[in-house]
Design a binder for this molecule. Structure first.
Ligand SMILES: C[S@@+](CC[C@H](N)C(=O)[O-])C[C@H]1O[C@@H](n2cnc3c(N)ncnc32)[C@H](O)[C@@H]1O
Length: 205
């Protein structure tokens, strides 16, 4: 049994196939434009796919809900989450056009019709969402004001920001002045990589 099946036994054969295709597309794209560093391409499933899906250990996006991925780069965490939640809409944004074109290409190659991608800065997004997700973009004090007003007035249960972060976040959370709930991904994943990895949740309101 592979690592993904082990941690997400609910995945269908079609979804497992999509994850395989995603890795192949991502590897090919990463040769042309740097989406993640070369050393980071080792253990792709663990470091990128499982890490992205860590958000799904904390929240289940309900059918029909809308998710914004801010600073998606090469589609992380948005594309793995879009494979896991085919009935949820994902809008992936990044300020760099070539990354967004790569994401659009990969989403089309995988036939993910629940994904849209747009070159824009987070501060310029105007639509409203139930959830915002992100990984490795900016400190919370900088990041949160970009998306604080991007939530629907009546969001889905658990609406808010789910931010993948690592290390000791005490100072960063205190600096932001936000009421955040931190979940350790090591509670779900025993692999060493996840020892310091967390999901920071900030409610929509
Ligand atoms: C370190 S990369 C992380 C990419 C991806 N989330 C991942 O985990 O692999 C940070 C990304 O955030 C994007 N970014 C930074 N500030 C942004 C902003 N204000 N609006 C949109 N994208 C932004 C950058 O262009 C870059 O692609």
């Amino acid at each position: 049994m592979n690592l993904l099946q082990h941690h997400f036994p609910q995945l269908t054969p079609q979804q497992l196939e999509l994850f395989k295709q995603f890795e192949a597309e991502f590897r090919a794209t990463n040769e042309a434009i740097n989406l993640v560093s070369r050393p980071d391409m080792e253990n792709f499933t663990e470091r990128h796919v499982l890490h992205s899906l860590g958000i799904a250990k904390v929240v289940q996006f309900p059918k029909g809900s809308a998710v914004l991925d801010v600073g998606t780069g090469g589609g992380l965490p948005g594309l793995p989450l879009a494979i896991l939640f085919p009935e949820v809409h994902f809008h992936l944004v990044d300020s760099i056009g070539k990354k967004i074109r790569a994401v659009q290409f990969m989403a089309a190659a995988l036939g993910l019709n629940n994904v849209t991608a747009e070159q824009t800065r987070a501060e310029q997004v105007r639509a409203k969402y139930d959830f915002v997700v992100s990984r490795a973009v900016a400190r919370l004090a900088t990041f949160h004001p970009w998306i604080a007003h991007r939530f629907k007035p009546q969001g889905a249960p658990g609406a808010g920001l789910y931010y993948l972060k690592g290390g000791d976040l005490t100072e960063e959370i205190a600096e932001s002045g936000l009421k955040a709930r931190v979940t350790n991904l090591s509670d779900f994943y025993p692999e060493e990589f996840f020892e310091t990895k967390k999901v920071v949740f900030v409610p929509a309101k």
